[in-house]
Design a protein around this ligand. Structure first.
Ligand SMILES: [Zn+2]
Length: 86
């Protein structure tokens, strides 16, 4: 996998510290992330998704190569996948 060490929210422009959402293409052996479309947890819930609901993949990115939305957490070691939704 080729995950960036840091992510920046595409909605508010702030660095993502803590949880966030990262669209990615599913590969046979992992994911190909699209960090340019990442959103932070707050924007994912309030601006991108419906208020109080996690965003759907189509809320974050238009039709394209991404086919899963990863719920990630950024730590001192980099980006860790917490959950995913297709
Ligand atoms: Zn944001």
């Amino acid at each position: 996998m080729d995950f960036p060490d840091t992510l920046r929210c595409s909605a508010c422009g702030d660095p993502i510290t803590g949880a966030g959402y990262l669209p990615a293409a599913a590969l046979d052996d992992g994911y190909d992330p699209h960090p340019a479309d990442a959103v932070c947890d707050a924007c994912g819930f309030n601006d991108v998704g419906m208020m109080g609901c996690a965003p759907e993949l189509n809320d974050v990115t238009g039709p394209g190569p991404a086919d899963v939305l990863l719920y990630v957490r950024t730590t001192a070691d980099g980006v860790e996948i917490v959950d995913k939704k297709a």
